[in-house]
Write a protein that binds this ligand. Structure first.
Ligand SMILES: NC(=O)c1ccc[n+]([C@@H]2O[C@H](COP(=O)([O-])OP(=O)(O)OC[C@H]3O[C@@H](n4cnc5c(N)ncnc54)[C@H](O)[C@@H]3O)[C@@H](O)[C@H]2O)c1
Length: 322
């Protein structure tokens, strides 16, 4: 259960609304100002970040994760990032406390979705898992709730057919670290309701982000382009062209990228990048075939910053060691 429990009459009302919904299988898109509660499913790297920005923007946030203690751990990371924000003078201690008070860690998916206006999914990049989760969200969430997936590459249309009204599901692709990165790709599939797409655009703006709208195609705009550079950088490491640090410096100083492709891979997670590469190599072609070095590091548990080693080594407090 989430920390708040439902009152009996509200449960009855909710059930009655759901019966009507099942019979009608239609949706009503709310206006952005009616959107007050956001449920985030998955409290890993991205889910915790999305919960962070939603709470700062004033939304009530339910943070659900299937792994025991993961939602609380996500909240701990948010607390740390907010504390850093206070240290840097980006927000006040009062803003931090108010944001933290808006986040409720939750260990029951249905309870987390029952009163939500928007459910954003950020679980691992596995289509069967995402479909299963959206089917469960769909059973619990009110008919007006916007449904969004943070997938980096999977077909939104295929995820959307797991819910009864696919028109209310869109892609909302945030970037890592979410509280820092400005971009959100809003991905529309052929069956998306334009009102749901424009609600997602408005929500991204409310979260302080700059949305772009992209058609549902493999890897959207950002993953497709970003991954080509990342995978080529890995092949260059394999071929001994240059060290990871020198390859990253080439892109930073030669092209003005704020971070090199290998350091970015460590930040994103090597497992996450491997999952996307596997999908895009099937969907687009051999330019996305995962290099052996990527597979080897993932098999060895070297997943990047989150495990302390990827193409670089990292200290427990997230500093690059070399
Ligand atoms: N890491 C990035 O830089 C990045 C950037 C943009 C988008 N994405 C996408 O965001 C999604 C999540 O990636 P991440 O890096 O946060 O992964 P992560 O591994 O850090 O977190 C995933 C979380 O989902 C939880 N989870 C697993 N099964 C679940 C279930 N059935 N119900 C609820 N929670 C469950 C896990 O316990 C974990 O806490 C993926 O689709 C990924 O492609 C990742």
């Amino acid at each position: 259960m989430c920390r708040d429990s439902l009152t009996f009459p509200r449960v009855l009302l909710q059930r009655a609304v759901r019966v009507v919904y099942v019979l009608r299988v239609t949706t009503r898109t709310i206006a952005i100002d009616e959107l007050r509660t956001i449920t985030v499913i998955g409290s890993g790297t991205m889910g915790a970040g999305i919960a962070h920005v939603a709470a700062i923007a004033g939304y009530a946030v339910q943070l659900f994760d299937a792994a025991a203690g993961a939602a609380a751990a996500g909240l701990g990371r948010i607390e740390k990032n907010l504390a850093k924000g206070v240290e840097l003078g980006k927000l006040t201690a009062a803003d931090r406390d108010a944001a933290l008070a808006r986040i409720r860690p939750c260990d029951d998916l249905a309870a987390a979705c029952t009163h939500t206006d928007c459910a954003i999914e950020a679980v691992p990049e596995v289509i069967a898992l995402k479909r299963e989760i959206f089917a469960a969200i769909d059973r619990a969430a009110p008919e007006h709730a916007l449904l969004a997936t943070n997938t980096s590459s999977l077909p939104i249309s295929e995820i959307a057919t797991s819910v009864r009204a696919p028109s209310r599901l869109v892609g909302m692709h945030f970037f890592n670290p979410v509280h820092v990165m400005k971009l959100v790709e809003i991905v529309r599939h052929t069956g998306s309701d334009p009102a749901a797409v424009s609600l997602a655009v408005s929500l991204a703006e409310k979260l302080g982000k700059t949305p772009i709208t992209v058609a549902d195609s493999p890897g959207f705009a950002s993953s497709r382009l970003g991954l080509v550079i990342g995978l080529e950088a890995m092949r260059m490491v394999e071929q001994g062209v240059a060290s990871p640090a020198d390859i990253d410096t080439a892109m930073k100083l030669g092209y003005g990228h704020p971070m090199g492709p290998l350091e970015l891979t460590d930040l994103v997670g090597l497992d996450v990048r491997l999952g996307i590469a596997e999908h895009l190599s099937t969907a687009i072609g051999p330019a996305f075939t995962p290099p052996a070095v990527l597979r080897e590091k993932v098999a060895a548990g070297k997943l990047g910053k989150k495990t302390g080693e990827g193409f670089y080594r990292w200290s427990p407090d997230g500093k690059r060691l070399g």
